[in-house]
Design a protein around this ligand. Structure first.
Ligand code: ADP
Ligand code: ZN
Length: 730
């Protein structure tokens, strides 16, 4: 279904064509077709100012530039054309996110060098030996060796014959040895579909059968809603196998591909090979090879971060979005899109099935299930009789930690028991560094980032105070800039480093590891952590949300959430949903095998609906109440929402522009504009930021509303306007 069209429309010499270039500020430009016929989707080199650029033939030209002024296409590249589905997807994403189509194309091309033909490998075989060849002993050795041998690389041949490479080269020059092109060995091994699969439970079997049937159908969305440890991965692996058996490619999106060592291992156990990976840590060469292998179909399974959606699949047959609720799927820089939502669009355009998996599906996804648009597959139990962990709320008002400490006596006792039983524990606090705030004991002066609305965070292990938003950092000053007092700064509140310090003090003999994006940068470091924990070389794992991500450690039986209330404060309407998802995920690490698990939520609000839902396991009731709240104020998923972020270095100019926009704001027909208000980060990297929220009923086209609004107010140099459709926070 995705093979490029070789039938009309095609363009011939002198035709006006539109070429889309992977540039963030451009729509398609018109060019003239040269001597070579062109089809939509062809990659072409075109003149652009004084240089050449590579773009894609997008269709017939429509511009109003006189044909005489247009430049001809310089060359058509040999690369496989971009499929109709990929092009339609680029257009769709651009129009939905209101980003320039060129900016979206840039994500789909990501590696222009991949379009150059890959250098082949050459080898030598016996050629036509000239009758007058002077047969030296060395030459004879080579020719004798080659008789009846498959082609060999020149260096290997020289080594095996025990002669110098120059002898081999000389024979090749004389034609006695002929050069042959070898097929490139594939770097992307073929999955083995014959390996024994897991014996599925009844509910797993039912879900897997439904997915396998879906693979044979067209577009559909299935949601695997299963508690942590219920075997969601095993179940969608069955669909992956079915899709591969049908000869089509599979894409699996994971929120944090750098943290997926365990997932890759499981894939390898099931299919004998590791899939092609796609994420920002890939080196250039690997990136190029992967792009090509996806385009040629050689890479049959791709596992990647959200950007893998834009790869030019030869024949995509199935997509999976695992942990579909995860915030990491929302991209906010550049083209602002939600990978789960765009996956739905990609599946519809390609007429293929999509699987969404989560233990805590998003309200958006549940609304689609309730509306009958998505199919729900339920896995109610943990695999092999493992029970769900017991969840205890530790009321910090009644059982507070000692002064200057962060672990309550109840939690400390539980950790003691866990270590005594030879089991592992985890402490979770989503705060990097030593302390979130550093202030002067004398005058209360706080150390703030000069570029952002944010405190500097002390990272004691690195000996620095760091801004988590822009990376600005300083050494801790000796003298307070406020009152000149010496050595007067104190750390306020806990970060993971401080919690680790306290644990080390309490349990001097246990082996501990701190896992955060500071200590665990990149896939290798993450894989090493996972190995060490799995091998039980670690007793206590202290970490930020990266420890919460889907890991399966059978001996991990106790989880302590140091500050369960974190994330509930602030006016964000998604706070409850997000906290519930995150804490369910964290809790889900406990007691995943034979030994039962316990989770301790340290909270000042044990009766908060989120804590109650976690304690009772009453997830559906919680989701229903959150949904009702959203419905009552027509917020997503019941209304459409967009954010308009204005940013610039000059506050007065920024506010002037915001006031003009405010006066021209749309109204009526259920359209509501909130703001301008300081954006969640009112100062970021030296730019001031203001935000409008635009809310419209689902029947109103929010993009058209925004476009009309923005055309009423002329743009101002120095003020940047960014559109974020479906903002994550509101
Ligand atoms: P989830 O993705 O729902 O958290 P997983 O797929 O990670 O659950 O399964 C949890 C653990 O149980 C994994 O180690 C997995 O290999 C194992 N498991 C799940 N289902 C089966 C099965 N049917 N047979 C054997 N092992 C299983
Ligand atoms: Zn900063």
């Amino acid at each position: 279904a995705e093979s490029p069209t070789s039938t009309p429309p095609f363009f011939s010499r002198g035709d006006r064509i539109a070429v889309l270039l992977p540039l963030p500020l451009a729509g398609a430009y018109d060019y003239l077709c040269g001597t070579e016929a062109l089809h939509p989707g062809d990659f072409v080199a075109v003149p652009l100012g004084a240089r050449q650029a590579i773009g894609v033939v997008w269709g017939a030209g429509r511009g109003d530039v006189a044909a005489a002024k247009l430049k001809p296409v310089a060359a058509r590249l040999a690369a496989r054309p971009m499929s109709r589905v990929t092009r339609d997807f680029v257009d769709w994403v651009a129009s939905y996110t209101m980003a320039p189509a060129g900016a979206v194309l840039k994500m789909a091309m990501s590696v222009p060098a991949a379009l150059e033909p890959a250098a082949g490998l050459t080898a030598l075989r016996l050629g036509a030996v000239p009758p007058d060849l002077k047969l030296t002993a060395a030459r004879k050795k080579v020719l004798d060796l080659m008789a009846g041998m498959p082609p060999l690389a020149a260096a290997d041949l020289a080594r095996e014959a025990g002669v110098g490479v120059s002898v081999v080269k000389g024979l090749a020059d004389l034609g006695a040895l002929a050069t042959v092109e070898l097929p490139r060995p594939s770097l992307f091994a073929v999955p083995d579909l014959s390996l024994t699969r897991a014996e599925l439970s009844d509910s797993q079997r039912l879900a897997a059968d439904t997915l396998v049937a879906a693979v044979a159908g067209g577009f559909s969305v299935s949601v695997i809603d299963g508690v942590t440890g219920s075997g969601k991965t095993e179940v969608y692996f069955e669909a992956v196998a079915a899709c591969l058996a049908a000869g089509r490619q599979v894409l699996v999106l994971l929120p944090e591909i750098a943290l997926s060592a365990q997932w890759l291992e499981r894939f390898k156990r099931r299919f004998g090979v590791v899939p092609a990976e796609w994420h920002s840590d890939l080196g250039d060469a690997r990136r190029r090879e992967t792009w090509r292998a996806v385009a040629s179909g050689e890479a049959q399974v791709v596992v990647g971060a959200r950007s893998a959606l834009f790869l030019p699949y030869r024949e995509l047959g199935l997509m999976v979005v695992d942990e579909e609720h995860d915030q990491a799927f929302k991209q906010e820089e550049g083209v602002s899109y939600h990978a789960r939502d765009m996956a739905v669009v990609r599946a519809r355009l390609g007429e293929i099935p999509l699987v969404l998996a989560s233990a805590t599906p998003s309200l958006e996804t549940m609304a689609n299930v309730q509306g009958g648009r998505y199919r729900l597959l339920h896995l109610p139990d943990r695999h092999a009789g493992a029970s769900m962990p017991e969840i205890v709320a530790v009321d910090l008002r009644r059982d507070p930690p000692p002064r200057g400490r962060w672990l309550s006596p109840i939690l400390v006792a539980a950790l003691e028991e866990t270590f005594a039983a030879g089991e592992q524990a985890m402490l979770y606090l989503n705060r990097r560094g030593y302390a979130p705030l550093t202030l002067c004991r004398g005058c209360g002066h706080r150390l703030q980032c000069p570029n952002c609305t944010a405190w500097l965070v002390e990272h004691r292990s690195a000996g620095r105070l760091i801004c988590h938003h822009c990376g600005y950092h300083i050494r801790q000053p000796r003298k307070c800039p406020g009152c000149e007092a010496e050595d007067s700064f104190v750390a306020c509140g806990p970060g993971v480093e401080r919690v680790a310090e306290e644990a080390a003090l309490l349990f001097p003999d246990i082996r501990m590891a701190v896992m955060t994006s500071d200590t665990c940068a990149g896939p290798q470091a993450a894989a090493e952590f996972v190995r060490a924990v799995s091998a039980h070389e670690i007793d206590l794992l202290v970490g930020t949300q990266i420890v919460a991500k889907g890991y399966h450690f059978p001996m991990l039986t106790a989880v302590g959430v140091v500050d369960a209330d974190m994330g509930l404060e602030g006016g964000d309407l998604r706070a409850g949903e997000r906290t519930h998802q995150l804490l369910s995920q964290v809790s889900g690490r406990a007691g995943r095998a034979e030994r039962p698990g316990r989770v301790f939520l340290q909270t000042y609000q044990p009766d908060h609906p989120v804590m109650q839902a976690l304690r009772s396991g009453e997830r559906d009731g919680f989701i229903a109440r959150e949904a009702e709240l959203r419905r009552s104020c027509a917020m997503p998923p019941y209304g459409r929402l967009a954010a308009l972020i204005l940013s610039g270095p000059d506050v007065a100019q920024l506010e002037g522009f915001a006031a003009k926009l405010s006066r021209a704001a749309p109204h009526g027909g259920g359209v509501e504009v909130l703001g301008p208000a300081p954006a969640p980060m009112a100062l970021l990297r030296g730019k001031h930021r203001r935000r409008f929220l635009i809310k419209v009923p689902r029947t109103v086209n929010i993009q058209a509303t925004l476009r009309q609004w923005l055309t009423r107010v002329p743009a101002v140099a120095g003020v940047r306007v960014q559109v974020d459709i479906d903002p994550y926070s509101f």
